[in-house]
Design a protein around this ligand. Structure first.
Ligand SMILES: Cc1cc2nc3c(=O)[nH]c(=O)nc-3n(C[C@H](O)[C@H](O)[C@H](O)COP(=O)(O)OP(=O)(O)OC[C@H]3O[C@@H](n4cnc5c(N)ncnc54)[C@H](O)[C@@H]3O)c2cc1C
Length: 293
């Protein structure tokens, strides 16, 4: 079945090459599919061999542990990488870039999704995380999500209330998202561009974009101060363990200043969790996903 894959299959591929943090041990079997059939072949192989499956989009929200990931790892960025527009709708493949979709929609005077600008993501990763900002999340725009079940059969899902929650999409467990349909609305290009410019300016001023990170480490606790502020109030801003550092620009980011291992990031997370628990009696919940051994 692996032999039928037209894309690439690599063994012991370092995942540090595929994550924004530039950290991560090897994937046993790393598949870069070319199309839905390739994903299906690899899923069937994993099912037959009883191997676990993990999916990477752009790797912008992932900490991969130092000993890597067992089983089959898909890298979907670029595969199913197109978005098509019709009327006020877009149909986007899971590997399409979110920022390219926002740009292409704007050129057609289609907006709404510009509230997501500056989030580095594939469409699949944005869906799985319900990526967003205080002004909106991708789930607000999804009319249908398309996926493959672990046995390779095709499924579609019309999200109901509660399908998308804060940084989560409750799609069938083990499914691989392959695309979605998004509702957009008419808005003049000039307005969208102005909006995008302001949002990117704000992001640049408040986030350590020049350094390797995986975005926010922690979810904001409901009804309390933002996680960044809580971490800062514990005196952890700028705290370093080897090459890993709690950003001095935004304490909800951990950056890799060079040579950090996943163990260093995990140690900073453990320290933060303990301090915030001790100071505020609150357990922070990670937003960044941690995978591997
Ligand atoms: C500088 C920076 C700024 C950021 N700012 C924001 C922000 O403002 N708002 C925000 O919400 N996020 C932000 N993030 C986090 C990140 O960009 C988002 O979580 C994004 O959605 C991740 O997309 P990805 O394609 O890189 O997914 P990945 O990181 O590759 O994967 C994320 C999760 O989705 C799953 N997944 C990915 N693709 C699929 C698929 N096709 N099928 C099934 N599961 C899949 C993975 O298994 C994993 O659990 C930021 C990150 C960085 C580095």
């Amino acid at each position: 079945m692996l032999g039928e894959i037209r894309g690439e299959v690599r063994f012991k591929e370092p995942l540090s090459f595929h994550t924004s943090l530039r950290i991560g041990g090897p994937a046993d079997i790393f598949v870069v599919p070319q199309d839905v059939d390739d994903i299906r072949h690899a899923l069937l192989f994993a099912e037959r061999e009883q191997l676990p499956v993990a999916v990477l989009g752009g790797g912008n929200n992932l900490l991969v542990r130092d000993r890597g990931v067992r089983g089959v790892v898909f890298k979907l960025e670029g595969c199913l990488g197109r978005s098509e527009f019709s009327g006020e709708e877009a149909v986007a493949g899971a590997g399409a870039s979110l920022s390219a979709l926002i740009r292409e929609a704007a050129a057609l005077n289609l907006g709404g999704v510009e509230c997501l600008v500056g989030i580095p993501a594939t469409i699949g990763g944005a869906l799985a995380m319900n990526a967003g900002t205080p002004d909106g999340c991708i789930g607000d725009f999804v009319s249908v999500a398309y996926f493959l079940y672990p046995d390779g059969t095709f499924g579609e899902f019309k999200p109901n209330a509660g399908a998308f929650t804060y940084r989560a999409f409750h799609f069938p467990p083990g499914a691989v998202l392959v695309g979605c349909r998004l509702r957009l609305h008419r808005r003049p290009l000039a307005e969208i561009q102005k909006d995008i410019k302001q949002r990117l300016k704000h992001k640049k001023a408040t986030q350590p974009l020049a350094l390797a990170s995986a975005g926010w480490v922690w979810k904001n606790p409901v009804g309390l101060e933002p996680a960044a502020r809580l971490v800062e109030r514990c005196g952890l801003k700028g705290k370093r363990i080897n090459g890993a550092e709690i950003s001095s620009k935004n304490a909800n980011f951990i950056v890799n200043r060079g040579g950090a291992a996943a163990a260093d990031i995990v140690a900073l997370m453990d320290l933060t969790r303990e301090r915030v628990q001790a100071h505020f009696g609150l357990t922070l919940e990670p937003e960044m996903r941690v995978i591997g051994e």
